[in-house]
Design a protein around this ligand. Structure first.
Ligand code: ANZ
Length: 836
């Protein structure tokens, strides 16, 4: 009888469910471990093979930690508000609540087939009324603290979706989700004052175990700039205040320039220049901010006819208006220093403005660096000082004269928090006739969206909820004063800002999370998910968490201690010369070319998508190979954070490893194999056992699962070849594979005579002396050229491939590249052949 996952896997899943094996308990005598997945949006398309990638990783850590004696919290839930459910409702008339429920059930079923050790008793969905209640409660707290406010602001309006979007949702003038164009428009909207937390959001990053690249993205998004504000007196008007990061270059300022949106523009522009300026401003306003900020763009601008006075030199500086100055940044005005700034240099050249060099060695060819070590020239009392000293001296000088002061500004803007959508949490406030806003009482929550016939948003920005007039028109509670309900809803990010807290105490109906649960479980020890959330969800959640910290709801300043971004799984797609895609199942390979019937098609590695017909459905793979094989394959494909191609044949490979593992323990009749004996192990096998435990333990901690699996394969080979299989080594092997392939491990554990689940068996220890291994040097080539050498265990065998892949230098070499072939000379060399 071969190993049969179809029988084993459902059996163990039922056992775990029945015994509540993974129920997370607060146990003050045990250390805790909180492993969290970025919860999915339960889309109608179902699970994708990309989902189990991260879920398996957190599951391995969760199972490993339980065996190390930790109390483990590993929950799953659903971020179930969102656009697709609403779009589906618009097409079919079926209420989003119904489709959401259906999709959650389908998703849950798919996830459960993979045997993850979730505590399902803690399952939550952001659309649950009992969850909405606390999301709205958090909004009330923000409102109370002045952190939620309404403002008439320029917003990102997406005409295709008929809704506004947050800055974080827009890239290069398009909505990141759909690619739809976004335009600027002024609208009255709800904002969250995330800028008040800018410094803390920056500082908090330092202590986090997150990928450096991701931290850098958050730092750039927040964009802290240290400098000064300087006031330039204007003849016959208020002074013009500019922001500069380089106040020491004040003697080199030869012009001033304001943004087309600058409020002072109308009062300073001279009659002669009025028409030209007006035309220029109209033209600039039509431009996208991303275009305007592009440093390489040809500079445009016009002279306003007005002059300001340089407070250091007394000289008159012409005031220009130019679109490379952004209205929403700094003061919306700047001083032009063409000798030391690239953009100013281009602007001055275009309009024949003078240039004064004030830092030696930095002139004319402007440098990006703000901290050149040149000395000051042409700068009166600054002459001879270095840049840093000059900066301090200048700021003090300006300060004394009341004409400038040091200043820190941020690129980060407040978070636009309202959407013109149906399927979101209503914002729980009432509007009175006099314009005042009254928040809901806490005990009146949740406020759920009303039933609607027509979910469609409108082009004028009026939210769909506005049509539910009976719902909208109400009275102030306890009075007959007429009041209108807010008709904007929250973005889907609202619910995902705090779900990791609700998992700690999902049934609590007095508070979002109880003190005891929060203090025991927080912070999240390991958070795994896709890199696309770098500045969206991860920034919003950190902000929300800090507010909850200030309110006293949570005891840690940061929610997610360690974060890991899983890589992308690509898949082959086939298309003909006309760009039509074909089902991979209909493609035949001949002489390294691909055909559908007699038609030749080309093969590409691409992101999986329905339109490319290349989506791999995990259910099909589980049907054919079993859940353990899918889990193992996803971990064996390559480093967790790498981009890698899916190859279903590879699942067959790891399935054979599982079959071999089965045969180590079981004889032909699935009884205990006679080679498994209670004798002690011979030296070589004993050493291999200790080496494997040491290596696998290290690899799991570092999330190098592919190398861990390679080690396990090596031990399996040795056990298969051994005439006598010492029980201790066999049991160690079964325990070591259990976090990766839990179903087969449970079954084998039973065959070895154990009556209970191995979930809480002790993780095998090792003797460092026995685990020691001789090392040797291995060579890594990329496209045939030697690019790296590293030392590793002498008897790595074919595992050298996985070892090479986990070298940081090799990771860097392969980053963002697609490996089409790996050539391995066991014990010596690995050559990666990359796609051009
Ligand atoms: C004079 C100067 C001299 C500047 C020099 C730079 C180099 P970051 O670092 O991105 O914060 N600036 C100020 N306000 C602006 C606005 N609203 N739109 C576009 N540019 C603006 O950039 C700050 C610098 O960008 C400021 O320092 C200012 O130019 C310009 F050798 O002032 B600087």
């Amino acid at each position: 009888m071969p190993y049969n996952p179809r029988a084993t896997e459902p059996k163990w899943q039922a056992y775990w469910a029945k015994h509540q094996t993974f129920r997370a308990e607060i146990d003050p005598d045990k250390p805790k471990f909180y492993a969290l997945d970025m919860f999915p949006y339960p889309s109608g398309a179902g699970l994708h093979v990309g989902h189990p990638l991260g879920y398996t990783a957190t599951d391995i850590l969760s199972r490993y930690k339980r065996m190390c004696g930790f109390s483990v919290l590993h929950p799953m839930g659903w971020g179930s508000f969102g656009l697709p459910a609403e779009r589906h409702a618009m097409r079919t008339g079926i209420h989003p609540a119904l489709t959401t429920k259906r999709n959650i059930e389908a998703f849950r079923g798919q996830v459960q087939r993979l045997g993850f050790s979730y505590d399902w008793s803690r399952e939550i969905a952001t659309t649950d009324p009992s969850y909405v209640r606390w999301t709205q409660w958090i909004f009330l707290k923000l409102f109370e603290r002045g952190l939620a406010y309404q403002a008439e602001v320029p917003v990102n309006w997406c005409p295709a979706q008929n809704t506004v979007l947050a800055d974080e949702e827009v890239k290069d003038g398009r909505y990141v989700e759909t690619g739809d164009l976004v335009v600027r428009r002024r609208m009255r909207q709800w904002m969250l004052r995330i800028t008040a937390y800018a410094d803390r959001l920056l500082e908090g990053l330092d202590g986090l175990d997150w990928p450096e690249g991701l931290k850098a993205m958050q730092r750039n998004w927040i964009g802290r700039s240290e400098g000064a504000e300087i006031t330039f007196p204007i003849e016959g008007s208020n002074g013009l205040v500019v922001f500069t990061t380089r106040p020491e270059t004040l003697f080199g300022a030869t012009y001033l320039v304001v943004a087309p949106e600058h409020p002072l523009l109308a009062t300073i522009v001279t009659p002669g220049a009025g028409a030209v300026v007006e035309a220029y401003v109209a033209q600039a306003q039509a431009l996208d901010e991303a275009v305007r900020a592009d440093a390489g763009r040809t500079k445009t601008g016009v002279f306003t006819g007005a002059y300001g006075v340089n407070p250091a030199t007394g000289s008159r500086l012409p005031i220009w208006v130019a679109d490379y100055v952004l209205g929403g940044y700094g003061t919306g005005a700047m001083m032009g220093v063409p000798a030391h700034d690239t953009r100013d240099h281009a602007f001055a050249s275009a309009f024949n403005l003078p240039l004064i060099q004030v830092v030696e060695g930095e002139g004319n060819v402007p440098q990006a660096s703000h901290d050149g070590d040149g000395r000051m020239i042409n700068s009166d009392f600054l002459n001879g000082l270095d840049v840093a000293e000059a900066r301090q001296t200048m700021i003090a000088w300006l300060h004394e004269r009341g004409t400038g002061t040091s200043k820190v500004i941020y690129r980060l803007r407040d978070w636009l928090f309202s959407r013109q959508r149906y399927w979101g949490e209503p914002i729980p406030v009432l509007h009175l006739a006099d314009g005042s806003v009254v928040p809901f009482a806490e005990d009146a929550l949740p406020l759920l969206p009303p039933e609607l016939e027509d979910y469609a948003p409108t082009a004028d920005g009026e939210p769909p909820l506005a049509r539910a007039t009976e719902w909208v028109l109400t009275t102030l509670p306890g009075t007959d004063i007429p009041a209108r309900r807010e008709t904007n809803t929250m973005p889907q990010w609202a619910g995902s800002c705090w779900y990791y807290l609700r998992f700690l105490d999902p049934g609590n109906n007095r508070e979002p999370v109880g003190v005891e649960a929060e203090q025991y479980w927080m912070p999240v020890n390991l958070y795994v998910g896709g890199a696309e959330h770098a500045v969206l969800h991860l920034l919003y959640a950190r902000f929300c968490h800090k507010v909850l910290y200030d309110i006293g709801i949570v005891s840690t300043e940061e929610p997610f201690q360690r974060l890991f971004n899983q890589g992308m799984i690509l898949s082959h797609s086939y298309r003909d010369a006309a760009g039509r895609y074909y089902e991979p199942s209909g493609v035949v390979e001949r002489d390294s070319r691909w055909f559908v019937g007699s038609l030749e098609v080309s093969r590409h590695l691409e992101k999986m998508s329905k339109s490319r017909l290349n989506v791999v459905n995990p259910d099909d793979v589980v049907d054919e190979y079993g859940a353990d094989a899918v889990r193992l394959y996803e971990m064996f494909m390559g480093p967790l954070d790498g981009t890698k191609p899916w190859d279903t044949a590879g699942v067959g490979g790891v399935r054979r490893f599982l079959d071999r593992s089965w045969r180590i323990v079981c004889n032909e009749d699935d009884g205990l194999h006679p080679a498994v004996r209670d004798d002690s192990a011979p030296q070589a096998l004993l050493r291999l056992r200790h080496r494997t435990v040491a290596a696998v333990t290290e690899d799991i901690k570092a999330m190098r699962f592919n190398t861990a699996i390679a080690r396990l394969m090596e031990l399996a080979n040795a056990l298969t070849a051994a005439a006598m299989r010492p029980r201790d080594v066999v049991e160690t092997f079964v325990l070591l594979i259990s976090p990766f392939a839990p179903h087969i491990a449970e079954e084998l554990w039973g065959k070895l005579g154990h009556e209970e689940t191995l979930t809480y068996a002790s993780w095998p220890g090792f003797d460092p002396a026995l685990a020691q291994d001789e090392s040797r040097e291995y060579v890594v080539q990329v496209n045939g050229k030697v690019r790296h050498r590293f030392r590793a265990a002498a008897r790595l065998g074919a595992a050298v491939l996985a070892a090479a892949r986990s070298e940081p230098e090799v990771m860097a070499l392969l980053e963002g590249r697609v490996v089409i072939k790996e050539i391995v000379i066991p014990g010596r060399l690995v050559n990666f052949v990359l796609q051009e």
